[in-house]
Design a protein around this ligand. Structure first.
Ligand SMILES: *Cc1c(COP(=O)(O)O)cnc(C)c1O
Length: 355
């Protein structure tokens, strides 16, 4: 028997979530963010299921070229642009759009001898202080890219730091409005949180990521409330059952000690699969479809589930680590992290099963 751990990818849920986003941002085009192996779901699977998106956004030239090799014809945007001058030729050849966020990228563009012009997204740093031209240098950068013959099309872009939090986007929107209204070019601003919470940010292109995969961008709002369905279910089985007597300790470090006789299931899933090692005793988990809790420390290949209250649990019983029936947000919270990190961390050794 092969190791029972699988990432079940529900492509119907991907399509459903894209529809939900279309309804939310009915007047915008959708740039589906599929960087980081489509947030751990598999680039090819996601690109295929999201074929109705208007474009795709990725973090590297490698990902973009993979998409072209898969036959993707629509807009592909490099969210961080090119990392060196030589990548610009490939962008021209493969019709890849690039973010331009610092001055050296403009110089590379000006110096490049391109057969076909390229599309760019000029990025404003409106307060996140990660990428982009400051409001003081933005207009000069715009003038420079407009003067380059090899630039075919310009979109103005910026990114929100707190669209999912109480701070919101107001301060950044003021900076964006002041800078963008000086130029008659289309705009792209919204991540998932802004798509749901701030219609005024939708503009020409929205850039949802986590919500496509059925994750909530908000700490206080379950994905289900937003109408989203989980795409990845991390599924495994019980591979051994132990009965601990009072005083007996469990796993590495013996962190958890039985107070009463306790049946424990050993689950084939560990931190080398991407399950968070920081998820302590009490993290929710489903065994036989019933909600229970993990116990003790997560090992590299295995973890423990409390079977005391689970009916019919035995070797071979199905286990859901997260996904259908157990929102990944709940596991993330128990591990002190966010859904994004858990989905992206799915290890290569965990095979996908597409449904
Ligand atoms: C990752 C990313 C997104 C997607 O954000 P979500 O919160 O996953 O919707 C959008 N824009 C940029 C620039 C990004 O880096």
């Amino acid at each position: 028997m092969t190791r029972p751990l699988q990432a079940i990818i529900d492509t119907g849920a991907l399509r459903h979530n894209l529809d939900v986003l279309r309804q939310q941002a009915a007047h915008s085009r959708i740039l589906a963010v599929i960087k980081a192996n489509a947030y751990g779901h598999g680039l090819a699977i996601a690109a295929d299921a999201l074929a109705q998106a208007d474009g795709f956004a990725v973090a590297s030239l490698e990902e973009a070229l993979q998409l072209r090799q898969l036959g993707v014809e629509c807009t592909i945007l490099l969210l961080e642009g090119v990392f060196e001058a030589s990548e610009i030729l490939a962008c021209s050849e493969h019709r890849l759009a690039m973010v331009i966020h610092r001055h050296e990228q403009i110089e590379w563009l000006r110096a490049a001898r391109l057969k076909q012009p390229v599309e760019i997204f000029l990025k404003l740093n409106s307060g996140m202080n990660r990428l982009g031209f400051t409001p003081e240098t933005y207009h000069q950068a715009m003038a420079e890219v407009r003067a380059i013959a090899a630039v075919s099309h310009i979109t103005q872009t910026s990114h929100f730091a707190s669209a999912d939090e109480a701070d919101g986007i107001e301060a950044q929107m003021a900076v964006i409005h002041a800078a963008f209204s000086a130029h008659a070019h289309p705009a792209s601003l919204a991540n998932s949180a802004a798509v749901f919470r701030y219609p005024e940010s939708h503009r020409d292109w929205v850039r949802p990521g986590i919500s496509l995969y059925g994750g909530s961008p908000f700490a206080d709002t379950p994905a289900e409330t937003l109408g989203l369905r989980p795409v990845m279910t991390l599924h495994s089985r019980i591979i051994a059952v132990q009965t601990l007597q009072p005083g007996q300790a469990l796993g590495y470090g013996g962190d958890w000690v039985a107070q009463h006789p306790t049946r424990i299931g050993v689950v084939a899933c560990g931190y080398a699969d991407g399950y968070p090692r920081h998820a302590g005793s009490g993290t929710p988990i489903l065994v036989n479809g019933q909600r229970t809790r993990t116990l003790g420390r997560v090992s590299m290949d295995m973890l423990f589930a409390d079977l005391s209250c689970v009916q019919g649990a035995q070797c071979g019983s199905p286990v859901t680590l997260w996904g259908d029936g157990l929102p990944v947000e709940q596991v993330a919270q128990a591990a002190g992290t966010i859904n994004y990190e858990l989905l992206c961390a799915r290890a290569q050794r965990v095979p996908e099963r597409i449904i």
